[in-house]
Design a protein around this ligand. Structure first.
Ligand code: DQA
Length: 142
């Protein structure tokens, strides 16, 4: 099984950025934990602050991977182009957020991309990514 994790803008600063909201672990450290738990799964990771590069990665992996876990960061709330990219590929995409976007500023309550995604996981800290892997595993089995 092959899973692509894609993180959008400002998520390269996890561990440094607003630790009260996003925690103190870098994504690279968390990724090592995930790789240990899921040694039977090929997990690829990509991060970009550039909207078009996120779209390119969705296109690149969206026909050959079993699942894409996408934290589009603030583009979640603005990007019709990412919505269209998700719609354009075959691989199921799970929208993920570290924070519970529904308990924060009102502009975070709207997702432009959720309607194109298989499902949404938010509010479980970094564990949101592991829960998304579980969801992809279960979906692929049935
Ligand atoms: C986020 C929530 C978004 O609203 C925000 O812009 C982010 C991170 C999260 O993981 O909680 O950059 O996607």
């Amino acid at each position: 099984m092959k899973i692509q994790i894609i993180n959008g803008p400002n998520l390269n600063l996890l561990g440094i950025r607003e630790p009260g909201v996003y925690g103190t672990s870098s994504f690279e450290d968390y990724l090592q934990e995930l790789a240990k738990i899921y040694s039977d799964i090929e997990i690829s990771y990509y991060q970009s602050n550039v909207e078009g590069e996120l779209i390119n990665k969705i296109h690149e992996t969206g026909f050959s991977y079993d699942g894409i876990i996408l934290n589009a960061g603030a583009y979640t709330h603005t990007s019709i182009a990412i919505y269209d990219a998700i719609k354009s590929v075959k691989t199921p995409v799970i929208e993920v957020h570290i924070s519970n976007v529904h308990t924060r500023e009102s502009f975070r309550r709207q997702s432009m991309i959720a309607g194109a995604c298989k499902g949404v996981i938010a509010g479980f800290g970094m564990d949101s990514y592991r829960l998304a892997i579980e969801a992809i595993k279960n979906t692929t089995l049935c």
